[in-house]
Design a protein around this ligand. Sequence first.
Ligand code: TYD
Ligand code: MG
Length: 457
Amino acid sequence: MAKTTLAYTCSNCGASHKKWAGRCETCGEWNSIQEEAPLAAGPKGKTLGANKGRKIPLGDLSTVDAPLPRGLSGIQELDRVLGGGLVPSSAILVGGDPGIGKSTLLLQAAASFARNGQKAIYISGEEASSQIRMRAQRLELADAPVKLATETNLRDILTTLEDERPDIAIIDSIQTMWSDHVDSAPGSVSQVRATAHELTTFAKRRGVSVILVGHVTKEGQIAGPRVVEHMVDTVLYFEGERGHQFRILRAVKNRYGPADEIGVFEMTGMGLQQVTNPSALFLGERDNPAAGSIVFAGIEGSRPLLVEIQALVAQSSLATPRRAVVGWDSARLSMILAVLESRCGISFAGLDVYLNIAGGLRISEPAADLAVAAALISARQDRALPKDTVVFGEISLSGALRPISQAENRLKEATKLGFSNAYAPSRMKLASESGMNVQKIEDIAQFVENCFGTIEQ
Ligand code: TYD
Ligand code: MG
């Protein structure tokens, strides 16, 4: 009998080790190394090369395939994030914190696809059928021809899907599924890897779109390592701040469409409702101009989005003043504070700084730099900018403003929402200013001078 050697894998970074250890040498994480079942040996246990394989047919790049037909759910925010609908035989991972609304979204999507004439199967390993039916009833989806099952055994699920041949199969969640080929508990790295692999290969082989739900661990990764992300075609994250009703569906990887596209939803008593004009919603809570509050004209995916950036600056009682950020990168905040200090002489030493993106949104665009700087100075000086002003531009370490993309779209959206003034980088050609009064700014010192005058220390 062939000798079976056990493999050990780190559940944090995915590195494999020859023997168990308390700490992973690759990523330094403690207690993350788990035992894994060995891979099955090849025919008669021979190594690769000893058996001759089958010759695979090779094609060339010039072959023209018809454009991929896509299935539309009718939920436009979802279809757009998918890159214009669901591609047949694709595998999609929807990740998010527990309780954020993944099951609700996918039940609504399944019902929508089914009402559009596609055959949809929803398999839950987490909730009882009666619970799901009750939710469907409450969301008025009970009449949709969705097929429902509660099961965790992958072999039974694949046999059922093979037999039923649906267009879409939803597996909620991948962490509850188990395959009897693998000798470890559901949710472990090897189970998640094996079940996701079988489901994605099934999707390709049988032309079924498979949507996997994945819970995110506290480190923000799906099932520990990013084992599932590279296997699937599309990775969507469903995110939102607790206490806020907004939920954002973000494409972080998409083989069939642009990544970084977002869909905005609102969690209501009647499930998730689409928000088709998110700018109006994110600015909805603004009334009078307040010091420290600046409107940033951003772009999320293909869509312009106006958001409010709020800053608060207060005397610190700590030896190391606090820098707290929600919805933005804290390293970037430190950079902006350093640039303000060394290029404009505006010091935040001895002051606590709080930065918040309103509405629970998370921004990663560097174009928000200027708006953040404006919010910080406005808060420090206790002076508000006029209410009808939007700001955008990337700040380089020299203090110069760098040009950014899609300025026209940003201005157009701002005009639509009643704004009339904009501060934008000067090194940028604008095809149209959309009737806005655009102040072209060379560097951060000029911006401070224009908006706030001379700043006393
Ligand atoms: P759920 O979809 O079960 O989350 P997940 O699958 O990501 O773990 O969503 C659960 C939350 O959503 C729960 O806190 C209640 C809330 N919710 C509503 O507010 N309204 C609704 O109509 C539904 C169905 C859920
Ligand atoms: Mg769920």
